[in-house]
Ligand binder design. Structure first.
Ligand code: HPA
Ligand code: ZN
Length: 324
C-alpha cells in the first residue's frame, strides 16, 4: 500500500502556506531577519507542538509567522513546500494564505502575495506542478479588517482564485462575514470556508447558505446530522478533510474513529489534505498513509480521493481532463 500511495498522483486543496514553515526554515529566517524566537533548537520547537484544540495551535502558528518579512522569505517558504509536493507526487495544489497575519505586523500585502505567486509560477515549469491561490480572512478579526484585505487583493485578482475563512470557528459565525463574501462574489472570486472542524453541523449549513460556498474546508462534523450528509452526497459538495490535523487538534481521538472513509462510502466528495503539515506531522503521502493504515480500503477507494480532489479543484474542465 505504501508504494501505491507514494506513486498515486495527488491534488491538494487545503493547505495553509504559513503552516508549512518547518523549524529549520524558521531558524534560518529568524537569523536572516534578526528576529528573536523563544526556542533554542528544532527539537524544542517540535516539543512545543502539543496541541489540545484549535486555539492552542493557532497561538503557536501565528507566532511562527513572525519570521516572515521579505518577498524572498515568502518565496522560500512556498518553494520548500513545492519541493515536498514533488516528493509526494502532488501534481496540483490550491494554497491558502492569511494576508492579515502579515499586514497586521506591517508587512505589505504585495510582499506576501508576490513572494508566494512567484514560487507557484516557477513550479509550473521547473517542477511540473500547477496551482491556484486562495486568500483567507481571519475570523477572529472584524469585518472591517476583512474588507481592507479584500480591497488590497483587488489589484492581484489575476493571482487569486477564491477567498476563504480560517482561524477560530467557535464564537465567529459565518454571518459575521456575509457582507464581505457578497462583495468578494460580486468581484468574481469563488468562496470557501472552514466550517464543521470544531463547530457543529449547523455551522456548515450556515456557511454554505450565507457565504455561497463552492466547497467546505474540514466539514467533518456534518456526521452529526445524517440528513445533511445525504444532501452533501447528493450535491457532491466537496469537503477538504485533513486527517492528521484532526487528530493533532483532537477533533477525533484516533484515526480509526475518523469518519472520512465512512463519508467516502456514502458518496460524499471527500478529499485528503495536509492543512498545516509542519505543525501536524505530515504532508500528503503521510496523510494518505495514516488513513490507509487505520482503515481497510481498496486501491480503488484510495484513488477515489484523488478523483474527488480533481472534481473539486478550481481548474478548467480541460485541465481536469488532463489530470484524470
Ligand atoms: N483551522 C482554522 N484555522 C486554521 C487552520 C485550521 O485547521 N489552519 C490554519 N488556520
Ligand atoms: Zn485549515
Amino acid at each position: 500500500m505504501k508504494q501505491f500511495i507514494q506513486n498515486l498522483p495527488k491534488v491538494e486543496l487545503h493547505l495553509h502556506i504559513e503552516g508549512t514553515l518547518e523549524p529549520e526554515l524558521m531558524f534560518e529566517l529568524a537569523a536572516r531577519n534578526n528576529i528573536d524566537i523563544p526556542f533554542s533548537s528544532c527539537a524544542e520547537v517540535k516539543d512545543a507542538y502539543n496541541f489540545h484544540n484549535l486555539q492552542s495551535f493557532l497561538d503557536i502558528y501565528y507566532q511562527g509567522a513572525n519570521v516572515l518579512i521579505t518577498e524572498q522569505d515568502f518565496f522560500d517558504l512556498t518553494w520548500a513546500y513545492l519541493l515536498r509536493c514533488k516528493n509526494d507526487n502532488v501534481v496540483h495544489t490550491e494554497v491558502f494564505f492569511d494576508p492579515q497575519t502579515h499586514t497586521e505586523r506591517g508587512i505589505s500585502f504585495d510582499t506576501v502575495v508576490n513572494g508566494i505567486h512567484n514560487a507557484l509560477s516557477q513550479a509550473v515549469d521547473e517542477l511540473g506542478i500547477t496551482s491556484q491561490l486562495i486568500m483567507c480572512f481571519l475570523r477572529h478579526l472584524d469585518e472591517k479588517s476583512a474588507f481592507i484585505a479584500l480591497n488590497q487583493s483587488l489589484e492581484h485578482k489575476d493571482k487569486i482564485v477564491a477567498v476563504g475563512l480560517d482561524s477560530l470557528e467557535n464564537g465567529n459565525p459565518a454571518s459575521k462575514f456575509e457582507r464581505v463574501f457578497k462583495y468578494a462574489l460580486d468581484e468574481g472570486f469563488l468562496t470557501v470556508a472552514h466550517a464543521g472542524e470544531e463547530g457543529p453541523a449547523s455551522s456548515i449549513r450556515d456557511a454554505l447558505d450565507l457565504l455561497k460556498l463552492t466547497r467546505i474546508d474540514h466539514g467533518v462534523r456534518c456526521s452529526d446530522d445524517e440528513t445533511f450528509v445525504k444532501e452533501l452526497a447528493k450535491h457532491r459538495t466537496p469537503l477538504t478533510v485533513c486527517p492528521l490535523s484532526n487528530i493533532k487538534l483532537k477533533v477525533f481521538e484516533h484515526m480509526a474513529e475518523h469518519n472520512i472513509v465512512e463519508l467516502l462510502r456514502k458518496g460524499v466528495c471527500v478529499t485528503i489534505n495536509s492543512d498545516d503539515p509542519a505543525y501536524f506531522g505530515g504532508y500528503m503521502t503521510d496523510n494518505f498513509m495514516a488513513v490507509g493504515e487505520a482503515h481497510s480500503m481498496s486501491k480503488t477507494e484510495i484513488a477515489q480521493f484523488t478523483f474527488n480532489a480533481i472534481e473539486a479543484s478550481f481548474i478548467s474542465d480541460q485541465e481536469k481532463n488532463r489530470l484524470m
